[in-house]
Structures are given as C-alpha cells and as structure tokens.
Design a protein around this ligand. Sequence first.
Ligand SMILES: [Zn+2]
Ligand SMILES: [Zn+2]
Length: 146
Amino acid sequence: MSERGGQCMCGAVRFAAREVPDTFGACHCEMCRRWTGSALLGVTIPADKVTWDGREAIATIQSSAWAERAWCNKCGTGLWFRVTAKSDYSDTIEIPLGLFDDPNGLHLTSEIYIDHKPDSFAYAGDGRKLMTRQECVAKFSLLDSE
Ligand SMILES: [Zn+2]
Ligand SMILES: [Zn+2]
C-alpha cells in the first residue's frame, strides 16, 4: 500500500490516492480495448480513499448496465472505471496505471478476458492469474446483464 498522486494528460484533473495496492490487473475486454486503445491496466482502489481535484472537468458515461467510465472533458484522458451496480465491487474504482505520476513499483497480477487479447502483443513475465471471458462471466454474475 502506498500514497500516490496522478493526473490526466492536460492536468485539469488531479487525484491523490491513499491505500494504493502494489498490484494491478489488465482487462482485454472489447470495451476496455476500445476505451484505452489497448487494454485497461487498472489499479483497484477504495473509492473513498481517492480525492479528486478539477471535478468540473470530469465527465462520466454509464458504459454498461452496471458500470461507468469517467474521462477529462478537456483532454479526453480516461480517469476511472467503476461498478455502479450494488455488488462486492461497488466501493472501489479502477484508475488506469498510466495516470499515476510514478507508475513504477506495481506488479501485474491478473489478466482478464485473456482470450480477447489481440494476438499482436503480450505482457512480459508469468505467474499471473489469467481468466477467459467465459471464466469471468462464471465468476462475476454482473456480466450476465451485459
Ligand atoms: Zn485533462
Ligand atoms: Zn474490460
């Protein structure tokens, strides 16, 4: 756990996060792929441990029946993914790794929708938990309403 700050590309939105874990996950689902242009490398943080500055520049979209995504309305940087439906995940947000001022020292420990990853690239290293779309749907009942 650490305290880390970060911002969007233009700096209109900044955040300070406490209780940042030293792990993050990759999501290769079609929505994350299109949203990020590659994969969402998300650091999962309790929502109440993150303080946002520049809220007037934050826009959100309900991107599915059960989750929202936020971005900076000045530069377009994706800011967070959050499960809005009542669930075990409702109290956390995922902040893209790349937003942190210092994105070093964290470990990629899981990749989900691994069967949807483009075949042109793969993250280095091994020992990660890998889940296919089917395994994700079996584990996270929310996805049924996709
Ligand atoms: Zn911005
Ligand atoms: Zn995804």
